[in-house]
Every structure is written in C-alpha cells, then in structure tokens.
Design a protein around this ligand. Sequence first.
Ligand code: HEC
Ligand code: HEC
Length: 324
Amino acid sequence: MPCAFMITNTRFVFFTVALASMLLQSCNSGNSTENQSKYSETEQTYQKGFEIVTQNCVSCHSPNANAEARLAPPLFAVKKHYSENHETEKAFVDAMSTFLTKPSSESSLMPHAIDKFGLMPNLGYTKEQYAAVASYIYNTDMEKPGWHKAHSNRNEEKDLHSAEDYLNEGQKLAMATKSVLGKNLLNSIQNSGPEGALAFCNERAIPLTDSMAQVLEASIKRVSDKNRNPTNLANKEELDYIQKAKLELANTGSIKPSIYQQGNQWIGYYPILTNDMCLKCHGSMDSDIDSKTLSVINERYPMDKAIGYKSNELRGIWVIEMAK
Ligand code: HEC
Ligand code: HEC
C-alpha cells in the first residue's frame, strides 16, 4: 500500500514539474511585448495568491496572534522550512502545492507542527490556485510587518464616502469571513463528521473570525436571536433588525442588509441564512441532527437555542463595525 501511494505521488510531482517548466519556458522565450504581457500575468498570479492568503490562510497562520491563540505556525516559519529544503522557486512551489492539494504527513516538511496543531485541513482549492499562493509566499517577505496589507489597496484606493460604500465594504468583509468559516466547517465535517466538526466550531469559530478581523481592520461578529454560544446573543438593536428581516424574508423571499452610523463608526448588519448543510447541527432534533452530534451539542452548549431550523431561514446576522 505505501508503495502504491508513493508511485501516484511521484507521478503527480512529475506532472507538476513538467507543467511548471513548460510555463517557465514560455516565459523566457518571445519578444518584448510578449514578455510584458507575461509580466502582467505574473502580477495577476501574485494578486490571486495574495487574495487567497489574506482571506483564507492568515485566519489560521496569523502573523499577529500570540502563541496560545495560534491555530498554526505563522507563515514566515512555514516559508523558512520550505526555503531550507527547496532552493528554486519551482521546487518550492511544487512542494508546497503538493502538500496543500492533499495534506498528509508523508508530504509534510513540518512533522512537529502536525504533532502540535494537528494536520492542516484540505481547503478545496485547485492546484493552480495553490501554485499562485505558493509563488506569492515565495516572492513576499513574510517577516516584514504588515506584509498582509501590502497590496490590498493597490488597485482600488479605499476612498469610502457614502453609506452605500460602507455597506458594500462590510458585505465584502462578511463574505470573506463566511467563506473561511464555511470551508473549514465543510472540511471538518468531511474529515470527522458533524460531531467532530462541532469540536472545531466550539474551539475555533471565534479566534478564526477575530484573526480575520485583524487583517481586515474591522470588527466582525456573528449574533443570533436563538444563539448556541451564550456570547453570541443579539443585543436590542440587532434583535430589532432580526425581527424586521424575518418579516421581509417571509414577504419578499430575501433580506436587505442594513447600515447605520454610531459615533465614529459605521455598523453593518448582514443576514445569515441556513442551507441544508447547516441542518446537521441546527436542524430538527428528530430528523436532521444525529444522536452523537446532539449529545455533544448538549454537553458543550447546555443553553443551546440554535436548533429546529429549516433551510433558507434567518439563522443570525454578521455585525461588522468599521471605523470612519
Ligand atoms: C483551518 C486552519 C488552517 C488554514 C485555513 C490554513 N492552514 Fe496551513 N496549516 C494549518 C496547520 C494546523 C498546520 C500545521 C500542521 C501541518 O503541517 O499540517 C499547517 C501547515 C501548513 C504548511 C506546512 C505543511 C507541512 O507540514 O509541511 C503549509 C505550507 C501551509 N499550512 C500553508 C497554508 C496555506 C498556503 C493556506 C491558505 C491557502 C493555509 N495553510 C491555510 C492550518 C491551516
Ligand atoms: C458541525 C456543526 C455545525 C454546522 C454544520 C453548522 N454550525 Fe453553526 N454553529 C455550530 C456551533 C458549535 C456553534 C457555536 C460556535 C461558537 O461557540 O461560537 C455555531 C454557531 C453559529 C452561529 C453563531 C450564533 C450562535 O448560535 O452561537 C451562526 C450564525 C451559525 N452557527 C450559523 C450556521 C450556518 C448558517 C450554518 C450552515 C451554513 C451552520 N451554522 C452550520 C455548529 C455548526
């Protein structure tokens, strides 16, 4: 068995190497206009890599989190291990994207990190996306403070004026955070079933959103009128919005987000709707939530109110606070 695994693995590595060298060759040949367009392709790759890294890597590999809050080694430490073992960019990118495509102790360069934090979950990106990510990491000084903000305003100077600008900005922050939580939840359900994923949510849901908020320089929380975690209970203003939003959903089939000013802040509310995946942990006790999952929920959240949902119901809201 281990042999069979190694053969497919080697083939895969070979394929990536071949592909990467083809790309490299096509970069080196050609006249100057072609080179120029290749240059912007490289730029696009970095931009793509940068977006994925800030939206979906830093949440666990936070450059800022203190040692206890950390969910994974910071990226500069990861980069150091990969650079020490792989000199050229091509070898670096191959090794990293091979690991990321299918995290395993066989392809790991950091077995101690696996002992300490557990194996990294599979995040479900394509090989091309991982190559862009690895190439971005290779070419960026990860030890430089603030690297994760470096290009964020490069293409669009953040020049927010109207309520609508802030409403849209808040929406982006909410969606970026949602995609991190959603992907991680899905992966842990796939890897260890809903009852295993529950442990992940319980321990990690909050630090995850916090570290994302650090990167995006805004505060982000999830609240609900029927909360599971006692700290996620909506306050009076939030409850007012939730009540109105439920009526709106019933009457029109959708919910508009909302934004208002308070002191020197803009505060945005964005609906969180359920889908079928949510019901495994927030659905009916009789038909959706299996008994193992239910007993873990009862044990961890004795005050849980977050059950009995169907698909496409308002489960709660994102609350995004942004400095003016
Ligand atoms: C849900 C948390 C989480 C997210 C999100 C995450 N990682 Fe990880 N990562 C880990 C953990 C935990 C480890 C340490 C254990 C290990 O090596 O598998 C790790 C290890 C790694 C390693 C070293 C692998 C090795 O053992 O050789 C690389 C490279 C890496 N991550 C890159 C990334 C990149 C790039 C992203 C974004 C696309 C990312 N990680 C997103 C949790 C995460
Ligand atoms: C694997 C089980 C699981 C699944 C699946 C799941 N959740 Fe949760 N959810 C939890 C747990 C556990 C908490 C409490 C997390 C915490 O302690 O902060 C939670 C909390 C929340 C909260 C914060 C408010 C509260 O009740 O504490 C919202 C909103 C939420 N979930 C929405 C969703 C949505 C929407 C989906 C589907 C896309 C979903 N959840 C899927 C387990 C799950």
